[in-house]
Write a protein that binds this ligand. Structure first.
Ligand code: BYC
Ligand code: FE
Ligand code: FE
Length: 471
């Protein structure tokens, strides 16, 4: 179905024919806009930003670029096309037709998952709202805002499901999504990575590399869902997500390349002495955000995850392509668990290890990113290489939480942890140093001292294009 762009809420779900839903969403819309004014990008609401807007859900030509003031962005409801005669692909209902309505027995779990997914979207906008003031270039400023408006659209995508399929409860949850606040001690966001501060651009690039990548894997698992409207919603969100990941990966790469350049210019190779971010500090930020994002997959051993899979609510990554046994009832996974202070392998029913299987796919994907960064370092002529810590390192959720492991994942004492922690994770001093470099660069084509320029601009525009025009 084509997108109705004349409607108050652009959509391809034929909203015009469902007056009740349309009214409910049009009532929520002013609350969303007022949240965006209060909690969205601070200081840039009146400026013209060169943004892409979704105009179709066809792969390929789905986006259109042009100057838009952010509050005028056409946030809408776009589902990927329905798959003809789609069947449930895994779990206890394998082979049955997918659901177009919410089955009563799965209403609570589905609602909880959708609310959790929804909550992360506005949370990330709140976390990033002050970054515009210190953007290293107009190119980066525009990318930040592109990510922000699309996370706003992801919120719309989930609110459509809540309003359309969960009645009164869904409407209440949609309101609550605009009331929780990232980092607020009294009314925080649901998942802990979304309550962390995002005070500087190195953090932003690590967040979009590793935390948005959790989004990619969670959305892919939900795209397998037996609840077809959720599946179609997530499939379209994934096309937008790819850009967020590239903003992160390319951003970190540009900071790395600049560090190598400055290392050569600096007396004694001291990058900080010449105003750059040194490679060791970049490694610490990578370690921190990778570990924080691992927590977002939930516990390694989880009866919730087993129930999600059994009911058909949430599948594995590319369930159809990467797995042959889609029922997973008679198999086990071997996981290292802590017993009496030692790591031992224990067998866990596969269904209870679903979070760990999704996390493993995520780790593999993250390793591919590290490989690309390391290739760039090699080409730049340095011996320095980045690495990811063990999945047991610095965890706050799941079976390794509350214990100490070194970067290789070996159990260590609290004292050994204290002694080495500052060499593994950003210290207050590291953060203060990175913060001291953050100053806005607003001349088109110019870059902050600590970051290399991108290799190309956006939508075939040159790097020196005026991506954000001051009002
Ligand atoms: N922080 O069995 P467990 C994105 C809770 S990112 C705090 O271990 P389960 C984006 C858990 O809720 C993608 N609490 O976990 C990225 C449960 O609480 P209750 C977001 C946590 O349920 C960047 C308890 O611990 N999407 O889109 O199997 C920018 C034990 O649960 C955490 C989704 O998350 C944590 N890290 O799985 C913008 C998909 N981890 O029930 C956007 C939907 C666990 O005891 N969510 N807990 O009160 C899910 O599928 C599941 O909720 C989870 C957890 C995978 C998150
Ligand atoms: Fe998102
Ligand atoms: Fe994202």
């Amino acid at each position: 179905m084509s997108i109705d762009y004349d409607a108050v809420i652009p959509n391809n779900v034929d909203l015009a024919s469902d007056k009740r839903l349309q009214r409910a969403l049009q009532t929520w819309q002013p609350s969303f806009l007022s949240w965006w004014q209060d909690m969205g990008p601070e200081g840039f609401q009146a400026d013209d930003v060169y943004l892409r807007t979704a105009v179709s859900t066809e792969p390929g030509g789905w986006a259109q670029f042009g100057y838009v003031k952010m509050p005028d962005y056409r946030w809408g409801i776009f589902l990927a096309d329905a798959v003809n005669d789609r069947r449930i692909g895994f779990g206890d209902h394998m082979g049955e037709p997918v659901w177009q309505e919410v089955p009563g027995e799965y209403r609570n779990v589905l609602q909880r998952i959708i609310v959790t997914q929804a909550d992360t979207e506005p949370a990330s906008v709140e976390q990033q709202r002050h970054l515009g003031a210190t953007a290293p270039s107009l190119y980066d400023l525009r990318n930040l805002f592109q990510v922000n408006v699309e996370e706003g659209r992801h919120l719309w995508a989930m609110v459509y499901l809540l309003h359309g399929f969960f009645g009164r409860d869904g409407r209440d949850e949609a309101d609550a999504l605009l009331e929780r606040r990232a980092g607020d001690v009294d009314n925080p966001r649901i998942l802990d990575a979304f309550n962390q501060a995002c005070p500087d651009w190195l953090t932003f690039f690590c967040f979009t590399t590793f935390t948005d990548r959790d989004g990619k894997y969670q959305l892919a698992a939900l795209a397998e869902s037996a609840f077809d409207p959720l599946s179609r919603t997530c499939r379209f969100m994934l096309t937008e997500e790819a850009h967020h990941l590239s903003v992160g990966e390319d951003g970190v790469k540009r900071v790395l390349l600049r560090a190598v350049e400055l290392e050569r210019e600096a007396p004694d190779g001291d990058v900080r002495a010449v105003g750059g971010i040194d490679l060791a500090t970049i490694q610490k930020y990578v370690t921190y955000w990778f570990s924080y994002s691992l927590d977002l997959f939930g516990s390694e051993i989880s009866s919730n995850a087993a129930d999600f899979f059994a009911s058909g609510v949430k599948g594995r990554y590319r369930e159809d392509h990467e797995w042959t046994d889609h029922v997973a009832l008679d198999t086990v996974e071997r996981l290292p668990v802590m017993e009496d202070g030692r790591l031992v392998y224990r067998e866990v029913p596969t269904r209870n290890a679903m979070n760990e299987l999704l996390r493993a796919a995520y780790v593999q994907d993250s390793e591919r990113v590290l490989k690309r960064w390391n290739r760039a370092l090699e080409e730049a002529g340095t011996d320095f290489r980045l690495s990811l810590p063990s999945t047991r390192f610095f965890r706050r959720q799941g079976i390794y939480a509350g214990q100490h492991f070194d970067r290789e994942g070996q159990p260590i004492s609290a004292a050994a942890w204290e002694a080495q922690r500052d060499s593994w994770l950003p210290t207050a001093e590291d953060r203060a140093y990175v913060a001291s470099l953050m100053h806005a660069v607003t001349e088109p084509g110019k870059m902050a001292h600590w970051i290399a320029p991108p290799s190309r601009g956006i939508d075939k525009q040159p790097v020196e294009f005026e991506y954000v025009r001051k009002a």
